[in-house]
Design a protein around this ligand. Structure first.
Ligand code: ZN
Ligand code: ZN
Length: 480
């Protein structure tokens, strides 16, 4: 009798679950979690933890060129900071990358009007021979024009492209700006050029602060000297070229490859109490270019993610799932940390509940988009509703790329968001000497922390997943 009653009960339960099952396959964030996330959001908006973190990093470590002595100091700083903030688990995962070093760089127009030029060598550029290199400059109007160039017109010369970026909220000119910087030197090298110069991929107009960044050289044997002129110096070179006389430039770049280096991604976790092996992954990259102090790129991203983790840590209870904050190694010279993480964790793509990295400065987040399974769209809408009052609009049409390094994990199947920041002024300071702490507005940074804390917490508490699985989202066009 007892067993019959039990089996009847089981049957009716099964039926009930079956009926409800069709509805509950949708991922839902429980009301209590939405409420806590709303409180987290409001607390974060008035909290300065993020600003204090980026102030500490940019002051105590300063510039953090991958492979330089500051690479290790940055890692030590991150380990200590995670511990100081009370993260439950702090560890590193090694990442090996080519070592490229910058010692000095000088340039001057030799003829027809001799004068110095302000420039900066690009990552993976070759050095010039001792005593420098002098050659005639040949200008191309675009990357496409260079691709079609007759090698005879380029051989032994310094190729120059003057593509100019303009300010935009979404910074879309950087697509071409970075292509001119990464692909241009490789194409010029294949055509037999002696060196490559470009107008900086930057939007500042009146500052002789050239912007560095990586080239596409992957083999030191293919590398030629490559450098970026500041915008006013590019204007000057173009004016001189406009006289129609041969223009020769002397480059003296003491830079180059020097073997390899092993650094590490530094990871801090707030351990989930219910599903500790399931993680919400957020982060930024710990390395920076060397002329500035890496405040907006990407001390801000590291600080936003660390501070979001810290605010969740301070809740009365641990979240259901683990919050994993990753400070990536060497993003700047080719997503080395992000690729190493994705390779190491590819099989655990399904354990990554949702993730995204902050790597576009410290301007306010104004747009959210997501790459998740259709059954999780409702949960994304719940997140959007919490973020809407602080200025974030949900764009249902765009995919979520996961940010720079975590785009690699998204490529392995992690469900991902894009939290787009206002980048109107980002490229004024990006990769140049002006990327310093004063460019960060503490209130805008706090809004970012609020977004990351609220979304991470809701993802950690969700009933159901967002569709992460090995190979999922393979058809997504990653926008980052
Ligand atoms: Zn960056
Ligand atoms: Zn960068």
């Amino acid at each position: 009798m007892r067993s019959l009653r039990l089996s009847l009960l089981t049957a009716s339960l099964l039926l009930a679950t079956g009926v409800a099952g069709a509805a509950t396959t949708n991922t839902v964030i429980p009301a209590g979690a939405v409420q806590t996330a709303t409180q987290l959001r409001d607390k974060a908006m008035a909290d300065d933890t993020g600003y204090k973190i980026v102030e500490s990093l940019t002051t105590e470590v300063g510039p953090r060129l991958a492979g330089s002595p500051a690479d290790q100091r940055g890692r030590e700083w991150a380990i200590a900071k995670f511990k100081e903030l009370g993260f439950d688990k702090v560890y590193t995962e090694t990442v090996t990358y080519p070592l490229w070093e910058r010692h000095s760089e000088h340039a001057a127009i030799v003829a027809p009007f001799p004068q110095p030029l302000s420039l900066i060598a690009l990552g993976y550029s070759a050095g010039t021979p001792k005593g420098g290199l002098t050659a005639e400059v040949v200008k191309f109007d675009s990357l496409d024009a260079l691709k079609k160039a007759d090698p005879a017109s380029v051989k032994g010369k310094i190729v120059y492209i003057g593509y100019r970026m303009h300010r935009q909220k979404d910074g879309h000119d950087y697509g071409m700006g970075s292509a001119v910087r990464t692909q241009g030197p490789v194409i010029a090298s294949k055509l037999g050029a002696a060196a490559y110069l470009l107008r900086s991929a930057g939007t500042d107009e009146h500052s002789r602060t050239p912007h560095t960044g990586v080239t596409g050289f992957t083999d030191p044997k293919d590398a030629i000297p490559a450098a970026a002129l500041s915008n006013p110096d590019a204007d000057q070179l173009e004016r001189i070229l406009g006289y129609g006389k041969p223009v020769s430039v002397k480059l003296d770049l003491d830079v180059g490859f020097n073997g390899s280096y092993t650094g590490a991604n530094v990871i801090g976790e707030i351990t989930g109490k219910k599903y500790p092996d399931q993680v919400v992954a957020i982060g930024g990259h710990l390395d920076s270019w060397d002329p500035g102090t890496g405040a907006i790129d990407d001390g801000a991203g590291v600080a936003i993610a660390m501070a979001a983790g810290k605010l969740i840590h301070d809740l009365p209870q641990r979240p259901d799932r683990t919050i994993r904050v990753i400070a990536f190694a060497n993003e700047e010279m080719g997503l080395w940390g992000g690729r190493a993480y994705a390779d190491k964790h590819a099989a655990e793509a399904g354990k990554h509940q949702l993730g995204t990295e902050s790597d576009f400065g410290s301007g306010k987040v104004w747009r959210m988009s997501a790459s998740v399974k259709p059954e999780a769209r409702g949960a994304i809408e719940q997140i959007a509703k919490v973020l809407q009052p602080i200025g974030v609009a949900y764009d249902t049409k765009r995919p979520g790329g996961g940010g720079s390094d975590l785009s690699q994990m998204h490529g392995k199947g992690m469900a991902a968001l894009s939290l787009t920041q206002d980048g109107t002024y980002y490229f004024d300071y990006h990769h140049n000497a002006n990327d310093t702490l004063d460019k960060i507005d503490p209130r805008e940074l706090a809004q970012n922390v609020a977004v990351y804390a609220a979304f991470s917490y809701m993802a950690a508490q969700a009933e159901g997943d967002f569709g992460s699985a090995p190979g999922a989202f393979a058809k997504d066009g990653a926008e980052d």
